[in-house]
Design a protein around this ligand. Structure first.
Ligand code: FAQ
Length: 311
């Protein structure tokens, strides 16, 4: 009966076992996973664009090779994640369609422009740093295929974070102009990085269910606080100033207090009105349209092979 299926599911969640693709699961659990995993996949693919912008302008051959490897990793992460979402019964075409029609979200962070080479440092350090903070707990998320995909993704993200930090360190210890570039990139990416963790818990409609189902192991605010605490120490190593005049160690809490986040800006970007939303979606749509002939050719080839086999 439905009751015993539900009971079996609840027991598995409560005993911290994974749910697998063929297991019974409540509709809302499936829907939440499809939403989160597909949006995560879209973020990886759209996230290639701001960095792709700098591959042809990387300052040295080594920097170029490293950046290319990083952007290729992001394509790989997108593909694992689309595959994980497919195990829940949604097709890749449908997910792409949701992205291209603006129905599905992707991370707000990728709607900001990458203006200077220092942005490659700041994106790696802060954006990948925030991504790791959010994704390490997802290695223990309750849905098996998602959890297993996260293990490799997190290893690669750690390399990405380090390459970003190393760019920042080089610039911060460089000439006066280089140090200013690093500080400017830090100032521009800091607040949007804090927004990556999502709305405050009190305004996060999905957190309660996702925590109960152990899809999310920590809440948006818990992860944001952990990120602030580690990043402040890293900024000290770089010798850069935190772009927050309200930032202060709170002895009692054992955490840094930080200034108010501009939530109207966040919601505006999520609604599609950030500085680069149109450009990003246009790039994805155009790539899809330009690939039509490849899909047509592959379909025709598969048809011919099937006909030859049948003959
Ligand atoms: N941007 O109720 P909640 C990367 C939406 S890392 C846009 O709190 P939830 C690596 C949310 O979808 C970035 N929308 O939602 C990389 C929901 O709307 P919906 C991707 C956001 O799901 C680095 C509504 O607001 N990482 O790509 C954002 O419980 C460098 C209410 O929010 C992941 O996706 C936002 N920042 O918590 C690549 C990690 N925040 O869907 C290239 C997995 C919230 O109901 C270069 N995802 N919204 O219409 C998660 O952990 C969660 O989905 C959260 C949001 C924490 C993002």
């Amino acid at each position: 009966t439905q009751y015993s299926f539900q009971q079996h599911f609840d027991d598995k969640i409560d005993s911290d076992n994974t749910i697998e693709a063929k297991d019974w699961m409540p509709d809302d659990y499936r829907k939440t996973l499809i939403r989160q995993i597909s949006q995560h996949a879209h973020s990886e693919i759209v996230g290639m664009l701001p960095e792709g912008n700098w591959i042809s302008r990387a300052p040295t051959l080594r920097r170029k090779a490293v950046l290319m490897a990083k952007v290729q990793d992001e394509a790989g992460h997108g593909l694992y994640l689309y595959s994980a979402a497919e195990t829940l019964g949604i097709s890749r075409d449908e997910m792409y369609n949701q992205l291209h029609t603006g129905k599905a979200k992707y991370s707000s962070i990728f709607n900001y422009p990458t203006l200077t080479w220092a942005d490659m440092g700041a994106v790696g350090w802060l954006v990948d740093g925030a991504a790791i903070m959010n994704q390490v707990p997802l290695c223990r998320t309750s849905y098996g295929p998602y959890a297993r995909a996260m293990v490799r993704v997190c290893k690669e993200e750690s390399f990405h974070q380090r390459q970003g930090f190393e760019i920042m360190l080089t610039l911060a210890k460089g000439t006066d102009i280089q140090r200013k570039m690093a500080q400017d990139a830090f100032n521009r990416w800091w607040w949007p990085s804090l927004m990556m963790f999502g709305p405050p818990d009190a305004e996060s409609p999905n957190t309660a269910n996702s925590v109960r189902w152990r899809i999310k192991r920590l809440t948006n605010d818990e992860l944001r606080q952990k990120f602030v605490d580690v990043t402040v120490e890293q900024a000290k190593v770089l010798g850069l100033d935190m772009p927050d005049k309200d930032l202060k160690w709170n002895e009692e809490r054992g955490h840094y207090d930080f200034g108010a986040i501009n939530w109207p800006e966040f919601y505006n970007v999520v609604k599609g009105n950030g500085p680069c939303n149109k450009q990003r979606l246009e790039a994805r749509r155009s790539a899809w349209e330009k690939g039509q002939w490849v899909r047509d050719a592959a379909t025709a080839y598969a048809g011919k092979r099937a006909a030859r086999k049948a003959a």
